[in-house]
Ligand binder design. Structure first.
Ligand code: PXL
Length: 273
């Protein structure tokens, strides 16, 4: 059984970051520890007046206790990070809490639809670049990729431009890149995987759904990471995570008052039946 630690915020309400990563990873058979980067009353998309408790000071105390207990992980999975000091902490401590050959997985959750999330700024982008360089696997969406590469965000990309982006991201240091939100035709939306070791590109496109929801990036990453740690090939990881998101959106759309996240619980539960 693989053991992972996820480093991202707890958005107490809103179905994103740790409140989706934990159940999804657990349901896929991954033991999941958490290192919360902060506690927010809600996520920062669509809610106003949210509260934030930064946990930067507490994080090294937690990690140092784990080190003294000899606790090690197969992988670290980072997501939303609200304070730049946390990037240095991750780089400084990662080797001490990873098993030999353990992996650093970075979902640079910081932006979407061409814009940074409400509480973030360019310093977070610069910090994110520091951990992307060290990563075995990164899972940016198109907006995050544009920020990481210091390129302007475009509404549309050609196939060559997408390939150029995944190569650019892997040139930054990431061994494997999963670029999400890729679309070349109106009715299909999916993701592109690039493995810099084998120089292989894999793509998967699912049926585009008529609505966007918060938290789908976090759920996509959690499914992908669980499958990846369970040793499944890129084409299966991509198909499983894209189709899972499609099902989550379809489960949520009938409920018009549920605009803040997707009802992924139903989809997880249906898999068990
Ligand atoms: O889903 C990404 C995410 C994670 N954490 C917080 C967020 C967001 C997206 O807005 O606000 C706090």
């Amino acid at each position: 059984m693989k053991k992972i630690v996820s480093i991202q915020d707890i958005s107490c309400y809103g179905q994103c970051s740790l409140t989706v990563a934990l159940p999804v990873l657990s349901a896929r058979g991954i033991e999941t520890a958490i290192l919360p980067s902060g506690i927010l009353s809600t996520h920062t998309g669509g809610f106003t007046g949210f509260t934030v408790l930064d946990l930067t000071e507490e994080m090294p105390r937690i990690v140092d206790h784990w080190i003294s207990e000899g606790i090690h992980f197969d992988a670290i999975y980072t997501g939303y990070i609200g304070d730049t000091r946390q990037f240095d902490l991750i780089n400084a401590k990662k080797d001490a809490i990873l098993k030999e050959g353990g992996k650093l997985i970075v979902d640079p959750a910081m932006a979407d639809h061409g814009k940074l999330y409400a509480a973030l700024n360019q310093d977070i982008v610069e910090g994110m670049k520091k951990i992307v360089r060290e990563a075995d696997l990164i899972l940016p969406n198109l907006t995050e990729a544009a920020f990481l590469l210091d390129r302007p965000y475009q509404e549309h990309y050609t196939q060559n431009e997408i390939l150029d982006m995944v190569h650019g991201l892997s040139d930054m240091g990431a061994k494997e890149v999963v670029l999400t939100g890729v679309s070349f035709e109106q009715s299909r939306l999916g993701a592109v995987h690039y493995n810099s070791v084998t120089d292989r590109v894999t793509e998967y496109y699912a049926e585009r759904q008529p609505k966007n929801y918060h938290g789908t990036g976090d759920i996509f990453s959690s499914i992908y990471i669980a499958d990846w740690l369970n040793g499944r090939p890129a084409e299966e990881c991509l198909r499983d995570s894209c189709e899972f998101i499609v099902k989550c959106i379809q489960a949520t759309m009938p409920y018009e008052d549920h605009g803040y996240g997707v009802m992924f619980e139903q989809v997880l539960a249906a898999e068990r039946r």
